[in-house]
Design a protein around this ligand. Structure first.
Ligand code: ADE
Length: 420
């Protein structure tokens, strides 16, 4: 039977295959999981619906799951992040069902999610919780057969915790995002680098000497702030959480209210997970030519309807750059329609860091296939042994050796009697 799919064009498959293989060499942990999966088939016959960014890195995760015996269907977790050549290669070369077309409208985006769910999955894999959210709208008991789900990102985990708190979550979900080998690396170094990559590819701007305003100082915001400073920018951090704001101050960043920073910033990046962070009152203060970009999961952080209302015209100046000419005579450059700039204007996080995130995904799926039925309808952390396994293996593949505690040191840490 032909593999169900909806991708842009199968003619792109060869190019996609070459790029997927390129990424694979930087994903040794996923490769190692894949090799064991191929031998042991821990996911034999398990139907997995995955709603992830369709990139070269995700393709290598899908291959590992398939090697483990899973029957995988993939749809996009963002309308603008799909790499069409990768989608084609997954279908044509690797035999994986994909529903994703870059630039798809809202209707196709949700219809693709429903196609992935049409597969009657036993495990869901989400990046932003749209798959789980759609599944919960099904009144025909579709969630009853679900062993569990995994969630990749902070925004998704927040949504799922809210579902669990309200008692509406109908199956257990593992928060991959909260694994140390995920957020301490992917969110910080991955988002840090790929966000600047997206801004630079879109605009070819110079960061040195510019004022970059980073809204949100979670792990992603920290990454962007650190990397922007590393490239010579003056960085201002905007926070609402006093603890995080204090950390930003002691990390050496200027911290101030957005109402003040709006007038001095050259480049604004939102990574808060919340809505209308940059809005009318800020746009009105911005300098002529200010660049605004979002690297948070959803396109709600920059209030685009506000921007539209303030403007007398909008035109596309370059790929991923729209110039909003305000009625006050100034111009604001919106990147990637306010969608994740790192995935829409660049290629997302490099494979080297996604290696750890996706090893977590694959191992969490294996864990759910064994233990899902025993878990409650809650959000669970990734088991600590998985985190430790991934960090050890990653170090090994990087050629880094570390010391072990001596017996005397181990005993000292375990005792409370011994002091100085
Ligand atoms: N999220 C951020 N970067 C990514 C990538 N390269 N692939 C899949 N998901 C991502």
């Amino acid at each position: 039977m032909a593999l169900p799919h909806d991708v842009k064009s199968m003619t792109l498959a060869k190019e996609g295959q070459t790029r997927i293989e390129w990424a694979r060499q930087f994903m040794p942990v996923v490769q190692s999981v894949e090799e064991r999966f191929r031998r042991q088939k821990p996911l034999k016959g398990v139907r997995i619906a995955a709603c992830l960014h369709v990139t070269t890195e995700t393709a290598n995760l899908a291959r590992a799951l398939k090697a483990g015996g899973a029957d995988v269907r993939l749809c996009a977790s963002n309308p603008l992040s799909t790499q069409d050549d990768v989608a084609a290669a997954l279908v044509k070369v690797y035999g994986i069902s994909v529903f994703a077309v870059r630039g798809e409208d809202r209707k196709s985006y949700y219809s693709h999610i429903r196609s992935a769910l049409g597969h009657r999955p036993q495990i869901t894999m989400d990046d932003g919780a749209d798959l789980v959210s759609e599944l919960h709208k099904d009144k025909n008991g579709a969630s009853a057969r679900i062993l569990g789900g995994t969630e990749e990102t902070t925004t998704g985990v927040i949504r799922l915790r809210s579902m669990a708190d309200k008692g509406v979550l109908r199956f257990p979900v593992i928060s991959v995002n909260d694994a140390d080998t995920k957020h301490l690396f992917d969110n910080r170094y991955g988002t840090g680098q790929s966000t600047l990559d997206g801004i630079i590819r879109a605009t070819n701007t110079l960061l040195a000497g510019q004022t970059v305003v980073v809204c949100g100082y979670g792990w992603c915001g920290r990454g962007v702030a650190e990397r922007a400073r590393g490239m010579g920018a003056h960085v201002t951090v905007i926070e609402v959480d006093p603890l995080r704001a204090l950390q930003a101050v002691m990390d050496g960043f200027r911290v101030e209210p957005l109402a003040r920073a709006a007038a001095v910033g050259d480049i604004f990046v939102t990574l808060t997970g919340d809505i209308s962070v940059l809005r009318k009152e800020h746009f009105l203060k911005m300098k002529d030519g200010a660049i605004v970009a979002n690297s948070g999961h959803f396109n709600v952080e920059i209030d685009i309807p506000d921007l539209r209302k303030l403007s007398r015209s909008v035109r596309t100046l370059r790929t991923n750059v729209q110039e909003y000419a305000l009625k006050n005579g100034r111009r604001i450059m919106l990147l990637a329609e306010g969608r994740l700039v790192n995935l829409a204007a660049a290629e997302g996080h490099p494979a080297m860091v996604m290696d750890m995130s996706f090893a977590n995904q694959a191992l969490a799926a294996e864990y759910l296939s064994k233990n899902g039925r025993k878990l409650k309808c809650q959000v669970y952390p990734v088991p600590r042994q998985i985190d430790e396994y991934i960090s050890r293996l990653k170090l090994k593949t990087m050629g880094v050796n570390i010391d072990r505690l001596t017996e005397k040191q181990r005993q000292y840490l375990a005792s409370w009697e011994m002091g100085t």
